[in-house]
Design a protein around this ligand. Structure first.
Ligand SMILES: NC(=O)c1ccc[n+]([C@@H]2O[C@H](COP(=O)([O-])OP(=O)(O)OC[C@H]3O[C@@H](n4cnc5c(N)ncnc54)[C@H](O)[C@@H]3O)[C@@H](O)[C@H]2O)c1
Length: 389
């Protein structure tokens, strides 16, 4: 039987637009068992000429300006929201109104209130929804999840995570949208902590309460002349105020009694994209470093005393999660493959009518933690994480 075709409209053609395009392009090539096949119909963004150029470069059939046409087109089934955070909600509502399935970038929105609006809209429309916490589909992270579920670390005690970048360390780096609260919601917090909060929920459990601190080191920057790439830009002459955090750190208590520490910063000199975590339990520990993403470190207390020690598992065997789509053992994969894996789960969700994971409920729960940390910073107190939906 012919496979279902899912006609995709992608809003946003830059950093994530490119990553998601690779996901749609390669999914059926890598995973012949995928239950539905994406058709790359239309790509759009703020500039029509750029949209046209990227459509040709990435392999989309056509392009448009804005998001309205993609959301309304009769020949589109799935709207992919790869735009800045301030437009996720409005694009989601337009897409859901037109009965489209939705794949949305993280953080899900600017606030918990916006997330709830988005959930109401997809529930009303009865469409499939997914959020792009792509690190869940790094094979080593998915293996870590399997090991936790098999009880290989026992009772979790600590989840320790950092997400370290340094792309704005230069005070002359301009005021891109990521540094403006009205466009981004928050800075390193919503951008980077969102990922490690999701990994904390995925691997350790639901959050109970948090206590945080935030810092903005460079308070004024040159205005933006042009965005030149994913995290690169050219400066203009005049100065403007940075209105988001450069770094946010927080302590957490999980509902299962484990404790956590989280650090997100764009000022960790020398760390280009350092996403690391460690989970310590009663029987063992797991350690991951994105810069060595094909490896997972594991320590077991069940090994004989004399032989205990950290072992490094090269997560490239055909038995490992998602590896069946790629190469023989030892032939490593990279960051862009996580987007192929996300699209694989998304296509299977659309074909079966079962929401993939992570979905909008995960997006909301992450946002609730982000917001509780912000409240804690303002009140200088511990704050309970509330998800009243
Ligand atoms: N999952 C990840 O690893 C990851 C990495 C980077 C960014 N992100 C997230 O992806 C989203 C996009 O980030 P990016 O780095 O790709 O941004 P970007 O600045 O590189 O690209 C944003 C795109 O959105 C388009 N756009 C913005 N507002 C629009 C609107 N109202 N209508 C139509 N198009 C609009 C722009 O034209 C541009 O093409 C953000 O939510 C960000 O947090 C996720």
């Amino acid at each position: 039987m012919a496979k279902k075709k899912v006609r995709v409209g992608l809003v946003g053609y830059m950093f994530m637009g490119k990553a998601h395009s690779l996901g749609y392009r390669d999914v059926a090539f890598a995973f012949p068992d995928v239950k539905a096949v994406p058709v790359m119909k239309e790509i759009s963004g703020l500039d029509g000429e750029e949209a046209r150029i990227y459509a040709a470069r990435y392999g989309w059939e056509r392009s448009s300006v804005g998001y309205e046409r993609v959301c309304e087109a009769k020949d589109i089934d799935l709207v992919d929201i790869s735009t800045g955070n301030d437009s996720h909600r409005e694009i989601c509502l337009a897409a859901a109104r037109n009965g489209k399935h939705i794949f949305c970038e993280k953080p899900m929105a600017m606030s918990v209130v916006e997330c709830k609006d988005m959930i109401k809209a997809v529930e009303k429309a009865g469409v499939i929804h997914m959020i792009d916490f792509n690190y869940r589909t790094v094979p080593a992270v998915a293996l870590a999840k399997q090991m936790v579920e098999k009880g290989m670390i026992g009772t979790p005690y600590h989840f320790r995570a950092v997400y370290l970048q340094d792309w704005i360390i230069d005070p002359e780096f301009p005021l891109v949208w990521r540094l403006q609260k009205d466009k981004a919601g928050s800075g390193a917090h919503g951008d980077l902590n969102a990922h490690i909060i999701d990994l904390g929920r995925y691997l350790c459990g639901e959050f109970d309460s948090v206590c945080g601190m935030m810092e903005t080191f460079i308070k004024n920057r040159p205005l933006l002349a042009a965005q030149t790439g994913g995290l690169s830009a050219e400066a203009a002459g005049d100065m403007g105020a940075v209105t988001v955090d450069d770094a946010t750190l927080f302590l957490a208590k999980f509902q299962n009694g484990a404790v956590g520490t989280f650090e997100a910063t764009r000022f960790a000199t020398g760390n280009r994209n350092g996403n690391h975590f460690e989970l310590n339990g009663s029987d063992g520990s797991i350690r991951f470093n994105l810069e060595r993403m094909n490896e997972l470190e594991y320590f077991s207390r069940k090994d004989k005393d004399a032989y205990q020690g950290w072992k490094t598992i090269l997560v490239t065997d055909p038995t490992h999660p998602y590896i069946k789509g790629w190469w023989p053992a030892g032939h490593i994969i990279g960051w862009q493959h996580t987007f192929v894996h996300q699209v694989y789960n998304l296509m299977n969700g659309i074909a079966t009518g079962i929401n993939p994971s992570p979905n909008f409920y995960d997006g909301l729960k992450c946002q609730a933690v982000l917001e509780a940390v912000e409240e804690s910073v303002e009140t200088e107190q511990w704050v309970k994480v509330k998800v009243d939906y």
